[in-house]
Design a protein around this ligand. Structure first.
Ligand SMILES: [Zn+2]
Length: 112
């Protein structure tokens, strides 16, 4: 019975890993402002954060890899599979958040 559970657990792990590999890892893209806005929106949903703008953007090799929220939360993309930069897409669902995110980015750029 124990052996049966071990084998079952092994296959389950493999299935989850396979699912992650094909559906998440393969669709991984470099971060765009829309991606960041989505992540920021998720962060606000999950933590109840009520800030209206980001504190700063985190960059590496002139590429935006993350952001720092005014509440102190930091998001950083750990790895970039491809360096190809996507054009910002307008398919992002919550355009309101996207807009406010972009305007705060613009404010940051004006400051520097
Ligand atoms: Zn926050």
């Amino acid at each position: 019975m124990l052996l049966y559970l071990l084998i079952w657990g092994f296959w389950l792990t493999l299935a989850v890993y396979g699912f992650w590999y094909f559906f998440i890892a393969k669709t991984f893209q470099p971060l765009t402002l829309d991606d960041l806005a989505l992540t920021w929106r998720l962060h606000k949903q999950q933590t109840g954060c009520t800030t209206s703008r980001v504190h700063s953007l985190l960059t590496r090799n002139n590429e935006v890899v993350g952001f720092k929220c005014e509440c102190g939360y930091e998001f950083q993309q750990e790895r970039l599979i491809t360096q190809r930069v996507r054009k910002p897409s307008v398919s992002f669902g919550c355009s309101e958040t996207s807009r406010s995110f972009k305007s705060s980015v613009r404010k940051l750029e004006e400051k520097s």
